[in-house]
Design a protein around this ligand. Structure first.
Ligand code: MG
Length: 353
């Protein structure tokens, strides 16, 4: 049957349209373009309190229990890279987004879009890696789906995971809860994941030993909450890096976040790769790090709890929250100057997660 509607491909368009817009790679960046797309298309259409909160998970209350639910699609290329693979990423990414609400992650579902021709042995390796990550996190993958698309319609495979976790009654964590006076804690060095994936693509122009930091952070979060309930905000600085995550929190909480350049840990190898490529490590993705906004009187206790955990050994305090400038992140540099750390517009490094 012929349709009189404008063709999706744009080949036939009997009705002149005033202005057409297309999805661009930058809409997947996690930066300003992603935010604008979500605010324009998804939030007004789906419009509900849990979604509109804009946190890493939607939080709902069912018969008195608070549940955090999060979903994430993984399109990283290549499928394997130093320190991990798409399977470990798909489990840890969703476990971490649930944990960033202070929830205990319990169950995951996994949806697979497989490309015709993918070697089953490769799929088996990725599935084994998913189960290893699930064991480490202490969660179970209890539901799944498999679809296959024709050759050249996908890069091997894509994985979507959805996770659910429970939040204890005393835990009240949100990106909108950061307060003036809070100290900003970072769980370890930044930029490892993004640079490791670039290295695996051969984009560095030199060989590197940098490994991705992919890790499940739920045990770290549990220890932090045992140390003190006065944790106001948690977030994992993934796409768009630490700079983007801090900007999201500054906007959500309407506070000024002040960070000290000389306190931000960066491995020498990552700093050297960034320098050569002209990247700012503040914008490079991490997959095993978190930032925490903690009441000042509890910060030392939470920091010590982090440093006792495998994925928090290198945790440090990198700055503080003030009331001004609301919605902004300021970097106090080693040279004594201060600069605004902006949210990036489009895509810096596509297909990093
Ligand atoms: Mg996140």
């Amino acid at each position: 049957m012929k349709s009189s509607l404008p063709s999706f491909q744009g080949a036939v368009c009997p009705v002149p349209l005033p202005h057409r817009e297309n999805i661009m790679i930058g809409h997947g960046s996690g930066g300003k373009m992603s935010r604008d797309l979500i605010a324009r298309v998804f939030v007004p259409a789906f419009d509900n309190e849990a979604l509109n909160a804009g946190d890493d998970s939607g939080v709902v209350t069912i018969e008195g229990s608070r549940l955090a639910i999060s979903t994430d699609s993984h399109v990283v290329w290549p499928l394997f890279f130093p320190g991990g693979d798409i399977g470990r990423l798909a489990v840890c990414g969703t476990v971490n987004d649930v944990a960033m609400m202070g929830a205990i992650p319990l169950y995951l579902s996994a949806g697979f879009i497989l490309e015709e021709g993918l070697e089953i042995q490769i799929l088996e390796r990725i599935i084994a890696s998913m189960q290893t990550a699930a064991d480490e996190a202490g969660i179970s993958i209890i539901a799944g789906d498999t679809k296959v698309v024709q050759k050249n319609k996908a890069d091997g495979l894509y994985i979507n995971t959805t996770g659910i976790g429970m939040i204890s009654p005393h835990v009240q964590i949100s990106g909108s809860h950061a307060k003036a006076g809070d100290l900003v804690l970072l769980s370890g060095p930044i930029g490892d994941h993004g640079i490791a994936v670039l290295g695996a693509r051969g984009d560095l122009g030199f060989t590197s030993e940098i490994e991705s930091d992919i890790a499940p952070l739920n045990h770290l979060v549990r220890s932090m909450l045992q140390a003190s309930p006065e944790i106001h905000t948690l977030r994992d600085p993934t796409r768009g890096g630490l700079a983007t995550t801090l900007n999201e929190i500054a906007i959500q909480s309407q506070v000024g976040i002040h960070i000290q350049e000389d306190r931000i840990p960066i491995r020498l190898s990552v700093a050297a790769a960034c320098e050569m490529l002209g990247f700012d490590p503040l914008y490079i993705a991490n997959e095993g790090k978190l930032v925490a906004f903690v009441a000042p009187q509890a910060a030392e206790r939470v920091l010590e709890a982090m440093q006792r955990e495998r994925y928090g050994k290198e945790a440090v305090i990198i700055g503080e929250v003030r009331s001004d400038p609301a919605g902004r992140v300021l970097l106090h540099t080693t040279l004594g100057s201060t600069r605004i750390v902006d949210i990036p517009s489009g895509e810096l490094l596509p297909r990093i997660c």
